[in-house]
Design a protein around this ligand. Structure first.
Ligand code: URA
Length: 209
């Protein structure tokens, strides 16, 4: 699949298996999501541009590298995207955060916006949308559309699990937005759940249902 990077590191695969297991507790599920999110963050930021700066080590001056340009923006889609935010911020603690409040209408499965708050200057920042489950893709498509309307140009999507239907929807609506995920599963069921998936990510991380 072009535009999709499956992060299939053994640590990610192992942790994902634990997350899929219905016996995994809420507490462990949240911890694993945070850990995998850090690993996904490592991959999605792999090509960030660097610049050389002069520093002094305790021994001598040297030219060293640091990440160039404006700080990253993480854009979790509420509510389950929040479960991935801390793991991302552990690797990029200076990043800004945009909150995108969208819920999935249970009847139509369409995304409905109820909250949006982002840094003002999105146009020259890399914006990383985070949402654990790319199912129908309606929510991710709506989030990217909203961020583009707010000025974002360089947008990437990170999810834990994707369905082929969600990937297709994203690529049809936003072919300029690459996707990083830990796995692409088989398909969606008639209720819009990813098969085999891991159930409702929000419910599993917050112990609701
Ligand atoms: N959202 C979830 O939390 N799980 C799915 O399987 C699909 C959408």
């Amino acid at each position: 699949m072009t535009g999709v990077t499956v992060v299939d590191h053994p640590l990610v695969r192992h942790k994902l298996t634990l997350m899929r297991d219905r016996e995994t507790s809420t507490h462990l599920f949240r911890q694993l999501l945070r850990e995998i999110s850090s690993l996904l963050c490592y991959e999605v930021t792999r090509d960030l541009p660097l610049e050389a700066i002069e520093i002094e080590t305790p021994i001598q001056p040297m030219k060293a590298e640091r990440i160039a340009g404006k700080k990253l923006v993480f854009a979790p889609i509420l509510r389950s995207g929040m479960g991935m935010l801390d793991g991302m911020l552990e690797l990029a603690p200076a990043a800004r955060v945009a909150h995108v409040g969208l819920y999935r209408d249970p009847e139509t499965l369409d995304a409905v916006e109820y909250y949006f708050k982002a840094p003002g200057d999105l146009s020259d920042r890399t914006v990383i949308v985070i949402d654990p489950m790319l199912a129908t893709g309606h929510t991710a498509v709506a989030a990217v559309t909203r961020l583009k309307a707010a000025g974002a140009k360089d947008i990437r999507l990170v999810c834990l699990l994707a369905a082929p239907e969600g990937v297709e929807a994203m690529q049809a609506a936003h072919p300029d937005t690459p996707i990083w995920t830990a796995a692409v599963d088989e398909r969606l069921n008639e209720h819009g759940y990813i098969i085999p998936g891991l159930g409702d990510a929000g419910d599993r991380m917050y112990g609701t249902r």
